[in-house]
Design a protein around this ligand. Structure first.
Ligand SMILES: NC(=O)c1ccc[n+]([C@@H]2O[C@H](COP(=O)([O-])OP(=O)(O)OC[C@H]3O[C@@H](n4cnc5c(N)ncnc54)[C@H](O)[C@@H]3O)[C@@H](O)[C@H]2O)c1
Length: 415
C-alpha cells in the first residue's frame, strides 16, 4: 500500500505537486521568469562592457612582447636620474614602464613625461613599493619587460648614517626582489645604478674599476652588497648585467622639461648642487663648505661631477651592449676632479647670485679626493662625458630651478 499521508507530509514545503511533478502557481512562475530575464540581461550587459573595454578587445601593449620594441622597466623613474633616463628612452622609441613609490620622487615629473608621450603603449606609470614582494611579482606577471634599469633607492650618504637599516633594507632587499622577479619572468637584462661611494676613500687616484671597494658609510656598503648579490647571481645565470658606478651627478634636461627637485624635508641631506641653488634662491642663508684643510690644492674636497644627460647616455649604451651571461662594471664620471670651492664659484657665476659662503670644520665620513678613470667605459661602451663644462651644466639646471620655484609643484617663479 502506498502511504499518501507520509508522502504529502514530506512535500509540504514544496510547490503544489501533482502526479509526481511539481506544479508551479502562475503568479510565482512569472516572478521566476522575470528574475531569469533580469539575470540574463545583466550577464549580457557585463559581457558587452567587458568586450568593449580596451583591455579586452586589445590586451595592454605593455603586457606583450613586440618585435622591434624594447620595453624597459625604469624603477625610481619619478626621481631625478630615473626621470631623465625615462625621457631619453622614450625619445629613443623605447617602451617605458616606470615604477616608483613616490617616497622621494615627484608625480610632476611623471606628468611631464606623460604629456610628452601620450600615445598608447609608450609610457605607463605604476605607483608601487619595490619592497613589497607581492606588488613586485604582480608587476612582473602583468607586464612583458625586456630590460630593467634599477634606479629606485634611498640615496643620501648623510641619511644613511642616521638610519642605516632603512638603507640596507631599501637597497639590498629591493634589488633582490627585482632580481628574483626578473629570473622568474625571464627578463634578461639589468642595468644597475651603483655609486663611487662603494670605493670609499682609495689611496690612489684616479679610481679604476679594479680599485678595491672599501665603502665607509651604510649607503656605500649597501650598494656594494647589492653589487655582490648581482655578481653571485651572475655566476649561475645567463642574464646580462651592467653595473654603473656613478660619480656626482649634476645638471638637468637641456630643453628644460625636467630638473632636480628633492623634497624639502630632504634638503638637509641634499647634494651640493641643490644646496647651491637653495642658497641662490634665498631658501637657505648661504652655503657651508665643510673642511678647508684637506690635502688638496685649495684645501676643499675634490669630486668628479658628471652631467645627468651624459649619465643617461651611458645607460642607453650599456643597454645596447649588454651581453647574455656577461657582467660589465663601469665608472661613469668625467675623469676630472673639481674642488668644492671651484664648484661654488661656478655656481655663483651660473646663477649670477653672490652666494654667502661659510667655512666649517670637516664633516665626519667625507673623503678628500675622488675622481674616476673612465678609460674602460670609453674603450668598451664608446662612452665619454660630453657636458663637462661645470658652469654650463649648472646654468642649465639653474634655468629649470628659476622657473620651478616649487619644484614640480604649482608654478611660482618669483623668489
Ligand atoms: N644623484 C647622484 O649623485 C647619485 C650618485 C650615485 C648613484 N646614484 C644612484 O642613482 C639612483 C637614482 O638616484 P637619484 O639621485 O635619482 O635619487 P632620487 O631620490 O631622486 O630618486 C630615487 C627614486 O626612487 C624611488 N624609490 C625609493 N625607494 C623606493 C621603493 N622602495 N619603491 C619604489 N620606488 C622607490 C623614489 O621615490 C625616487 O623617485 C639611486 O640608486 C642612487 O643610489 C645617484
Amino acid at each position: 500500500m502506498l502511504n499518501f499521508t507520509r508522502s504529502r507530509q514530506q512535500r509540504s514545503n514544496r510547490p503544489n505537486s501533482f502526479a509526481g511533478m511539481d506544479f508551479v502557481d502562475p503568479v510565482k512562475k512569472s516572478g521566476v521568469i522575470r528574475k531569469i530575464i533580469f539575470a540574463t540581461g545583466l550577464i549580457a550587459l557585463c559581457i558587452i562592457i567587458v568586450k568593449t573595454s580596451p583591455t579586452f578587445s586589445s590586451p595592454s601593449p605593455f603586457s606583450l612582447h613586440e618585435t622591434g620594441i624594447t620595453h624597459v622597466l625604469v624603477t625610481g623613474g619619478a626621481g631625478y636620474i630615473g626621470s631623465h633616463a625615462a625621457l631619453r628612452l622614450l625619445k629613443d622609441s623605447y617602451r617605458v614602464t616606470i615604477v616608483d613609490n613616490l617616497s622621494r620622487g615627484n608625480i610632476g615629473a611623471i606628468k611631464v613625461l606623460q604629456d610628452l608621450f601620450p600615445e598608447p603603449g609608450r609610457l605607463q606609470f605604476i605607483c608601487a613599493d619595490l619592497g613589497d614582494p607581492k606588488a613586485v611579482r604582480k608587476i612582473f606577471s602583468e607586464n612583458a619587460f625586456d630590460a630593467v634599469m634599477h634606479f629606485a633607492a634611498v640615496a643620501y650618504v648623510g641619511e644613511s648614517t642616521l638610519d642605516p637599516l632603512k638603507y640596507y633594507h631599501n637597497i639590498t632587499t629591493n634589488t633582490l626582489l627585482v632580481l628574483e622577479a626578473m629570473a622568474a619572468h625571464k627578463v634578461n637584462t639589468l642595468i644597475y645604478s651603483s655609486t663611487c661611494a662603494t670605493y670609499g676613500e682609495p689611496e690612489k687616484m684616479p679610481i679604476t674599476e679594479e680599485t678595491p671597494q672599501n665603502p665607509i658609510n651604510p649607503y656605500g656598503k649597501a650598494k656594494k652588497m647589492a653589487e655582490d648579490i648581482i655578481l653571485d647571481f651572475h655566476k649561475k645565470s645567463d642574464m646580462a648585467f651592467m653595473i654603473l658606478r656613478y660619480f656626482n651627478v649634476i645638471g638637468s634636461d637641456p630643453d628644460g622639461r625636467l630638473g632636480e627637485a628633492p623634497r624639502p624635508e630632504f634638503r638637509e641631506h641634499g647634494r651640493i648642487s641643490s644646496a647651491c641653488f637653495d642658497a641662490a634662491r634665498g631658501i637657505t642663508k648661504g652655503l657651508q663648505i665643510r673642511g678647508t684643510d684637506y690635502k688638496t690644492a685649495d684645501g676643499t674636497c675634490i669630486r668628479d661631477y658628471v652631467d645627468v644627460t651624459d649619465l643617461v647616455d651611458a645607460h642607453v649604451k650599456a643597454l645596447q651592449k649588454a651581453q647574455p651571461g656577461e657582467v660589465g662594471i663601469y665608472n661613469v664620471g668625467t675623469g676630472r676632479g673639481r674642488s668644492v670651492r671651484e664648484f661654488v664659484e661656478a655656481c655663483k657665476r651660473s646663477t649670477g647670485v653672490s652666494i654667502k659662503v661659510e667655512t666649517l670644520p670637516r664633516r665626519p665620513g667625507d673623503y678628500a679626493e675622488v675622481y674616476s678613470d673612465t678609460s674602460k667605459i670609453f674603450r668598451e661602451l664608446n662612452w665619454s662625458a660630453k657636458y663637462t663644462d661645470l658652469e654650463n651644466s649648472l646654468l642649465v639646471a639653474w634655468k629649470w630651478q628659476k622657473s620651478h620655484y616649487n619644484g614640480y609643484g604649482p608654478i611660482k617663479t618669483s623668489f
